[in-house]
Write a protein that binds this ligand. Structure first.
Ligand code: SER
Length: 334
């Protein structure tokens, strides 16, 4: 059976993606994460490596034991953590990514076939500051001016992935490169099952989970702070759909995907409709507000819709009404 590697397997996206891949039963799923796998992940993965993607011995061990058809490289340090620890973020997000890119290239050489390399990038590659029209939905080439270490790292790996990608290269050039590099620029992701850690879009999921648990929560950005978001189900769908698209249908390597655009106040109001007693206040953290001010308020994902039929299943109302609120109520017995 073909093997697929998921880095950051124990993270938010990793967990959900592995569930889908394991259910599908087409792959041997190999996980890698800093943290020990949960019991569920141990069951779903054919092998799980606990360790750091900066550890060359670990990478060598994985490489020796497997030959991957596909890689989903999800491991990374998010934007707020990256601002607190920029050199560590650079190490993990750039040098760690290079280790995984290199391993995938060696696998492609062994197999004489490009490896599909899925990379999760972010709205953090954009920079809005000084834009006279900050409310518009940005296309992939517009305002690419990252202001955070995380955004800079993501943008660099996007470029490196394209450099090593077979797409749009002649046969001659394809001898030098060997990755089928595909990348999604994700908005903030909201999951009913978990809360992210170290991101700046985290105020959305944090409000929802705190309210459902009856815990007070102070939102770290202003009520009017607006971001594009999507639910985890749509994020996993986007990863799977793009990873399965025909290479000939792809007009680019890097695609925006979006679910809906929402402000902190809109999320708060929606959450309060179901958890009316929830104590949700605001306590702005300036460095995090500054990050949000630099990020797009909306994303134009028409290229993904056109090329590989991308379509989110959940807009704002449906996301909260049909998915997030019922799921958190169930999870916390609220
Ligand atoms: N969710 C990420 C963060 O907030 C952005 O992609 O850092």
């Amino acid at each position: 059976m073909a093997e697929v590697l998921i880095t950051g397997a124990n993270g938010e996206i990793g967990h959900s993606l592995i569930r889908f891949l394991a259910e599908e039963g087409r792959y041997q799923v190999v996980g890698c994460d800093l943290r020990e796998p949960t019991a569920e992940l141990s069951r779903l993965c054919s092998r799980f490596y606990v360790g750091n993607i900066l550890d060359s011995q670990l990478i060598a061990e994985i490489h020796q034991n497997h030959c991957f058809d596909k890689v989903f490289h999800l491991a990374g340090l998010l934007s707020s953590s990256g601002e607190k620890n920029p050199y560590l973020a650079h190490d993990v997000n750039v040098n760690g990514s290079i280790n995984i890119l290199k391993m995938a290239q060696e696998d492609a050489n062994r197999r004489h076939k490009p490896v599909v390399f899925m990379f999760t990038s972010s709205i953090a590659v954009y920079g809005l500051l000084g834009d006279p029209n900050p409310d518009r939905a940005l296309l992939e080439h517009e305002n690419v001016r990252p202001t955070t270490m995380y955004g800079i790292n993501k943008h660099y790996i996007e470029q490196l992935g394209e450099y090593f990608s077979v797409r749009d290269k002649s046969m001659e050039e394809q001898r030098m490169v060997n990755l089928d590099f595909r990348c999604l620029r994700f908005p903030g992701i909201i999951s009913a099952e978990s809360v992210p850690s170290g991101g700046t879009s985290d105020f959305g999921p944090e409000m929802l989970h705190a309210a459902a648990q009856g815990k007070p929560y102070a939102c770290f950005v202003k009520p009017e702070a607006r971001l594009p978001f999507m639910v985890m189900q749509d994020a996993v769908k986007a990863l799977l759909d793009l990873s399965r698209a025909q290479i000939g249908d792809l007009s680019r390597s890097v695609y925006n995907v979006n679910g809906f655009s929402a402000s902190a106040a809109e999320i708060r109001e929606r959450v309060l409709r179901d958890f009316s007693g929830a104590d949700l206040s605001y306590e702005v953290v300036p460095f995090r507000q500054q990050i949000i001010d630099s990020w797009p308020r909306d994303l134009d994902d028409s290229a993904a819709r056109r090329d590989w039929g991308w379509q989110p299943d959940y807009a704002f109302v449906k996301a909260f009404e049909n998915l997030l609120i019922p799921a958190v109520k169930k999870q916390y017995g609220a």
